[in-house]
Design a protein around this ligand. Structure first.
Ligand code: EPU
Length: 289
C-alpha cells in the first residue's frame, strides 16, 4: 500500500464508517485519509491522481447511506480540518468544521446570516457542495469564495465562478478545502434569538436528534415529498430498524439496529406506494455508497 507508506501519519486502515455517518450505518473503509491542512489535502489528491486510483470524499456523512460492507477505494475525510478565522465581516472556515459549530461561532462573534442554517447537520464543506439550507436561507447565498485543494496549487475561486442550485452546486465532485463566508455585523443577542427560534421551529417539525440522513427524497416539482408520503399514510411504517419518521415523513430514521438493507427496502416501499397513489416517481436526495 503505497498510500499508507507515503502518508502514514494520516491514513487509517479498516476504519468503521458507521460512526462517521449520521445514520450510524456503514461498513469498513479500507483506507481512511484525514489530511490536516489544505496543502496536505492537495498533496494527497495529487498522489492519488498520479496513481490513477479512484477515491471518494466524505463530509459529515449526514446525507449518506453506506450499504457496502467494505469500501476499497481510499476515502478522504476532512475531520481534522476545522479551523476558522474571522476578518471583519468575512469568515474563512475549513471544510471539515461541523456546520452547527460554525453557526454558533459566527453568531457569538456578532456575525449574522448563518443562523438561517441552525439545525442543519453536516460540515461546512458539505454545506457548500450541497448548497444546504431551508426556508430561512441557503448556504450558497453567503459564500464569498471557496478554496480548492484538488491536487494542483491550493487556490481560491470567487462565488461568481460557482453556481448554486436546489441542494446542489457546481462544486459537486470538487475538492473543497475551505469556504469564505460574507456575513453581516449584528448584535449577538439578536442573532442568538433567531438561531434559537429557528432551531425550535426545526425541532417541532423534524426528528433533529435522531439518526437519519435528513430528507430522503427531493421535493418533486410543485410538490412536497414529506406531504405526499404523509398523505399516503406511511408515517411510522417500519422495516427492521428503519422507520418513516412520525414527525416528518420525508425522514427515515434508524430507530435502533437498522441495516442499510432495512433502509433501502423502506425507501423502495415508499417509492412504490407514492408511484401507485400519485403517479410520481420520487428521486433520492441522499447519496448511497
Ligand atoms: N408536511 C406534511 N407531513 C410531513 C412533512 C411535511 O404534511 O410529514 C408538509 C408540511 O406541513 C409543509 C410541507 O409538507 O406544508 C413542506 O414541509 P417542510 O416545511 O418540512 O419542508 P420540506 O419541503 O419537507 C424542505 C427541505 C428540508 C428543510 C425544510 C425546511 C427538501 C427535500 N427538504 O423540506 O431539508 O429542512 O424544507 O426548510 O428540500 C434536507 O435537506 O435534508 C432537509 C431536511
Amino acid at each position: 500500500m503505497l498510500l499508507t507508506k507515503t502518508f502514514s501519519d494520516i491514513v487509517a486502515a479498516d476504519a468503521p464508517l458507521a460512526r462517521m455517518t449520521l445514520f450510524g450505518i456503514g461498513g469498513i473503509a479500507r483506507q481512511l485519509i484525514q489530511p490536516r491542512s489544505a496543502e496536505e489535502m492537495s498533496e494527497v489528491i495529487a498522489f492519488l491522481h498520479e496513481t490513477g486510483e479512484p477515491f471518494r470524499m466524505l463530509g459529515g456523512g449526514t446525507n449518506l447511506l453506506v450499504k457496502s460492507n467494505e469500501i476499497a477505494e481510499p476515502i478522504l475525510h476532512l475531520g481534522r480540518m476545522r479551523s476558522m478565522r474571522i476578518d471583519g465581516e468575512c469568515v474563512y472556515v475549513e471544510a471539515g468544521m461541523p456546520l452547527g459549530r460554525c453557526v454558533t461561532a459566527c453568531g457569538e462573534a456578532g456575525l449574522a446570516g448563518l443562523e438561517a442554517l441552525a439545525g442543519v447537520p453536516g460540515t461546512v464543506g458539505g454545506a457548500a457542495v450541497m448548497n444546504a439550507g431551508g426556508r430561512h436561507g441557503n448556504f450558497g447565498g453567503m459564500v464569498k469564495a471557496v478554496t480548492l485543494a484538488d491536487g494542483a496549487q491550493v487556490r481560491t475561486i470567487p462565488a461568481e465562478a460557482i453556481s448554486f442550485g436546489y441542494r446542489t452546486s457546481s462544486l459537486r465532485g470538487v475538492a473543497v478545502a475551505a469556504v469564505t463566508l460574507a456575513l453581516k455585523r449584528e448584535s449577538q443577542e439578536k442573532i442568538a434569538e433567531r438561531r434559537v427560534a429557528i432551531l425550535a421551529e426545526k425541532r417541532r417539525g423534524q426528528p433533529l436528534g435522531a439518526r437519519s440522513a435528513g430528507c430522503v427524497f427531493k421535493n418533486p416539482p410543485g410538490a412536497q415529498a414529506g406531504r405526499l408520503i404523509d398523505e399516503a399514510g406511511l408515517k411510522g411504517e417500519r422495516i427492521g430498524g428503519a422507520l418513516v419518521s412520525p414527525l416528518h415523513a420525508n425522514f427515515i430514521v434508524n430507530a435502533g439496529g437498522a441495516t442499510a438493507d432495512d433502509v433501502l427496502r423502506l425507501i423502495e416501499m415508499v417509492r412504490k406506494k407514492i408511484n401507485e397513489k400519485f403517479n410520481l416517481s420520487l428521486e433520492l436526495e441522499i447519496e448511497i455508497w
